[in-house]
Ligand binder design. Structure first.
Ligand code: FAQ
Length: 311
């Protein structure tokens, strides 16, 4: 029976028929999705912190309104994703607690500090740019609720990427000090942005199975290369230099070849030892504790309403 179900499931995957919450699915498919979707949700929520750090210090009202909207969008993405994970039977509060205890991961990129206003430009341009590269194919991922959530998320990420590149363009065309700020932000965020795509294909333990299930549509290295190819000309267009001495264009393949990623740094950050890991988790834990009374009050109110309805 189980072999038959397994066969039917794989046939649906081959035919590009979406898997829906009540459909039969292998346990490991469910587990892999819960892991990836909750890690993705945690990234959106923790990802609000580095930019939230600059909302009160945005250089003018327009910049402040845009940044505020962008950070709120990330909260929305987190909420869609937690809901998508719930359709697989994941418990939202348990998932969040797993992040707080270090059992569940979130993207390495959000463990780096935001030191100047130019970092808001670099994050929008590079971090949201990398997020789009990874998430556009996820609009075709095999699990229905995740794929549908990604459609709206990608529309918003695309606005985020443009607002970041616009900040970088303005700074790069500004005073020498402003241009230097933009270059410095690029220098600090370039390599961590490349690390967002995950370990090299040779070391990515989940890729083969996730590709067979069409959860992932491209490998980590394929998406990383696409990102480099799209982003290098954008840097050149505004007169900034990619901080990689080995970067060169290969006329034959049509791709930008780039230097070796510092994998020791990557693994160190995902183990919890990046520059801001402790601060990020502390901030999220405190947010949960400080918001507890609001949730308790809302629950008590809902219970009272239910009682009243009975009368
Ligand atoms: N950081 O075998 P693989 C955003 C983990 S965008 C931390 O290759 P997989 C938007 C991996 O989870 C950022 N951990 O794994 C935004 C696995 O963990 P395990 C979030 C990483 O899943 C912008 C282990 O290493 N986007 O938030 C990282 O097949 C601006 C082995 O790796 C997504 O999550 C990393 N960089 O491929 C918000 C997209 N890379 O098994 C605010 C959806 C790998 O130990 C501001 N996720 N790991 O628990 C994916 O596409 C995939 O999960 C990958 C990793 C590609 C990230």
């Amino acid at each position: 029976d189980s072999i038959e179900l397994q066969k039917q499931f794989q046939a649906k995957i081959e035919a590009d028929i979406k898997i829906e919450p009540k459909d039969w699915m292998p346990d490991d498919y469910r587990k892999t999705l819960i892991r990836q979707i909750t890690q993705h949700a945690h990234s959106e929520i923790v990802g609000m912190l580095p930019e939230g750090n600059w909302i009160t210090r945005a250089p003018n009202l327009r910049r402040k309104a845009v940044l505020l909207a962008k950070v709120q969008d990330e909260a929305g993405h987190g909420l869609y994703l937690y809901s998508a994970a719930e359709t697989l039977g994941a418990d939202r509060e348990e998932s969040i607690d797993d992040m707080h205890t270090g059992k569940a991961k979130y993207s390495s990129i959000f463990n780096y500090p935001t030191l100047s206003w130019a970092d808001m430009g670099a994050i929008g341009w590079l971090v949201d740019g990398a997020a789009i590269m990874n998430q556009v194919p996820l609009c075709r991922t095999s699990y229905g609720p995740y794929a549908r959530a990604m459609v709206r998320v990608c529309k918003e990420e695309s606005f985020h990427q443009r607002q970041g590149y616009e900040i970088m363009t303005t700074l790069a065309n500004g005073t020498p000090i402003q241009k230097e700020m933009a270059q410095d932000a690029l220098n600090r965020f370039w390599w961590p942005a490349l690390m967002m795509f995950g370990p090299s294909d040779a070391n990515s333990k989940h890729t083969a199975q996730s590709m067979a299930w069409k959860i992932k549509r491209h490998t980590n290295d394929e998406l990383r290369q696409k990102f480099v190819d799209a982003t290098v000309p954008q840097a050149h267009l505004i007169g900034l230099t990619i901080p990689d001495a080995d970067l060169k264009f290969n006329e034959e393949t049509g791709h930008w070849e780039f230097g070796e990623i510092n994998w020791e740094e990557f693994y160190n950050v995902i183990k919890g030892n990046g520059p801001c890991n402790k601060k990020r988790i502390d901030d999220r834990r405190k947010a949960k504790e400080n918001g507890m009374w609001v949730r308790e009050a809302a629950r008590a109110y809902a219970d009272k309403q239910k009682e009243r309805m009975k009368k």
